[in-house]
Design a protein around this ligand. Structure first.
Ligand code: SAM
Length: 380
């Protein structure tokens, strides 16, 4: 009998469960790649946006859900962007203490201390959010240990740079079962018109499932665009990475072609708290990091001063122009999200799907909410 040739992994073989799913940055990226997903999100505003976008969502606290819940049946990829406000002051006393605490809890999980004991101790922490970063590891280990479940084939985690030591501890904890890669990625290096740094971990189960045993080693995606250098740096125009000729980063003017240029975005904050030292970016540069305060920034252009609209702020994060932002605190929803374009690169790398195609990026950019789809489009 002729041996059956192994097939490359196909998007439809996967199903992502996305913990702390936000307005859907990762999930809309997955949809553009053809990978189904289900998110868990407790915030009413983010849930409203997701619902309008047609993203499958369990509207609950992640801590009240478990991998054996029927909604998650068939999920073979775990993704998550747990909120990490408590670490963003890393280097400062409180952030460092939160980090040390979490690393001790990671060890307790690895040592298979009972989850009920760990959960009780997490409840006693000064800031309950500190423990949320442990939820993905709890789910991953539960799927490994529970005979009724299969371990996840792949894992995708994303957070602010201060969380990198936690991802490093995750990688160590999972090393028997998973290949891992983790680092800080710069969003403008992936065609996002924004400078934003994120700690990303991807993992792939060794020798299993839709992911073939003879696949090349797991690696974070390679940049497709140049790194942006600030004004203070003479290489402001971008530079060629060693051995490659990536495209130049994308500017705000390119991302928002309808907006009259030139314009300057003046941040609401001053560097180091000094209101006179407010950050500025011009339309021919990428946006500064899009945060939950983006609508407070002034945009000074040829026709006067205004603010970015929600769709514009969403596009600086590479959400589709028609993304149906709704509910409360939309700026915060936008600032919280993984830029979908970066999400596509990360998911593809974790699942071994190869670099996302131009058609997939086009699908993302021209995506419309289910409500506005017509005819054939509505059926796809
Ligand atoms: C950093 S954002 C994730 C963004 C998401 N990855 C995306 O790409 O859009 C974290 C999200 O977790 C949600 N969240 C925080 N604590 C939660 C909890 N205990 N259960 C469910 N969701 C929670 C927040 O409302 C927020 O939307």
């Amino acid at each position: 009998m002729t041996p059956v040739e192994p097939q490359s992994p196909q998007p439809a073989q996967f199903r992502i469960v996305d913990l702390f799913a936000g307005p859907g940055g990762l999930d809309i990226a997955a949809e553009a790649l053809g990978v189904p997903s289900i998110g868990v999100e407790w915030d009413a505003g983010a849930y409203a946006t997701r619902t309008e976008a047609g993203l499958l969502t369990v509207h609950k606290d992640v801590r009240e859900c478990k991998p054996t819940d029927p909604e998650f049946e068939g999920a073979n990829v775990l993704a998550g962007g747990p909120p990490c406000q408590t670490f963003t002051v890393a280097g400062h006393g409180a952030g460092r203490r939160a980090l040390d605490t979490v690393l001790q809890f990671v060890q307790r999980l690895v040592d298979r201390d009972k989850w009920d004991n760990i959960a009780a101790d997490l409840d006693d922490l000064e800031d309950e959010r500190t423990g949320l970063v442990l939820q993905p590891l709890h789910w991953i280990l539960e799927a490994i240990d529970n005979p009724d479940l299969d371990p996840y084939h792949a894992i995708v985690l994303e957070q602010v740079p201060a969380v990198l030591p936690v991802w490093e501890a995750y990688a160590k904890a999972l090393s028997d079962e998973y290949e891992t890669d983790f680092d800080i990625l710069h969003t403008e290096e992936f065609g996002v018109p924004q400078t934003r740094r994120r700690a990303v971990l991807i993992a792939r189960r060794r020798n299993h499932g839709p992911v073939l045993p003879d696949m090349p080693p797991l690696k974070l995606p390679k940049p497709t665009h140049q790194r942006y250098r600030s004004k203070a740096n003479p290489l402001d125009d971008g530079f060629a990475l060693e051995g490659t000729v990536p495209q130049k980063w994308v500017s705000m003017a390119q991302a928002l072609p309808e907006r009259p240029t030139p314009f300057t975005v003046i941040s609401n904050y001053g560097t180091g708290g000094d209101p006179k030292a407010r950050g500025e970016r011009n339309s021919d540069q990428p946006s500064a990091t899009v945060t939950g305060k983006i609508s407070r920034n002034r945009v000074v252009g040829p026709n006067g001063t205004d603010r970015f609209t929600f769709p514009e702020a969403g596009r600086l994060q590479t959400f589709p122009a028609e993304y149906p932002w709704c509910g409360k605190d939309i700026s915060q929803q936008i600032g919280n999200a993984v830029p979908p374009r970066l999400g596509m690169h990360i998911i593809s790398a974790a699942l071994g799907l190869g670099s996302p195609s131009e058609q997939a990026f086009e699908r993302l950019a021209s995506w419309t909410p289910p409500e506005r789809r017509t005819g054939d489009e509505a059926e796809t």
